[in-house]
Design a protein around this ligand. Structure first.
Ligand code: IMP
Ligand code: MG
Length: 182
């Protein structure tokens, strides 16, 4: 047990469980984009590990881009405004865009992001998320592809953080309450 493992209450999804499911979803996306050349967008930073695994399981010729966003006003205002801290470098007009997200919680971030991207006239926008916490939803946001639906618990690992820590844990774990209540 390493120093990070000690902060984990329980393993929610093991490396093996994640790998198996990511492969299945990659195959679904290959079928969806057959004969096309999608622009696959990694939403930094939390999606980076999922993104790296997902694209390597896809066999469709594709392009990559990266974006960093945060929503503020979320929580109290369910509309939450979007702050883009790093924008795409690709012109998405007429492109098939696939957004890769780590977790959908209130849904405010992706709701606003999808709206903004649609205003740039892409051919299509789809969302694939590693995790979905539907109980917490505030915005009308349903991802087209979901790897795992989870209960309302705070999770870390496989790219996801608490105060920028735990992103490099290879599995997804529930953080001990003592870590964020101290
Ligand atoms: P929302 O859907 O706008 O509420 O925002 C989702 C974002 O909140 C995700 O992209 C994560 O960065 C963060 N987030 C939500 N739940 C968790 C969690 O359980 N662990 C780590 N980050 C989370
Ligand atoms: Mg995120």
């Amino acid at each position: 047990m390493n120093v990070m493992d000690k902060s984990i209450e329980r393993v929610m999804l093991s490396e093996e469980q994640i790998a198996k499911r990511v492969k299945e979803v990659a195959a679904q996306l290959d079928r969806l984009y057959e004969g096309r050349r999608p622009l696959v967008v990694c939403i930094l930073k939390g999606s980076v590990v999922f993104f790296a695994d997902l694209i390597r399981h896809m066999t469709t010729p594709l392009e990559l881009d990266f974006m960093a966003v945060s929503s503020y006003g979320a929580g109290t205002e369910s509309t939450g405004r979007l702050k883009v801290t790093k924008d795409l470098t690709t012109d998405i007009a007429g492109r098939d865009v696939l957004i890769v997200e780590d977790i959908i919680d209130s849904g405010n971030t992706l709701y606003n992001l999808k709206k903004m991207l649609i205003s740039r006239a892409p051919a299509s926008v789809n969302i694939v998320t590693l995790l979905d916490k539907p109980e917490r939803r505030e915005a009308p946001m349903e991802p087209e592809y979901t790897c795992f639906v989870i209960e309302d618990e705070f999770v870390v690992g496989y790219g996801m953080d608490y105060a920028e820590e735990y992103r490099n844990l290879p599995y997804i774990g529930v953080l001990k309450r003592s870590v964020y209540e101290k």
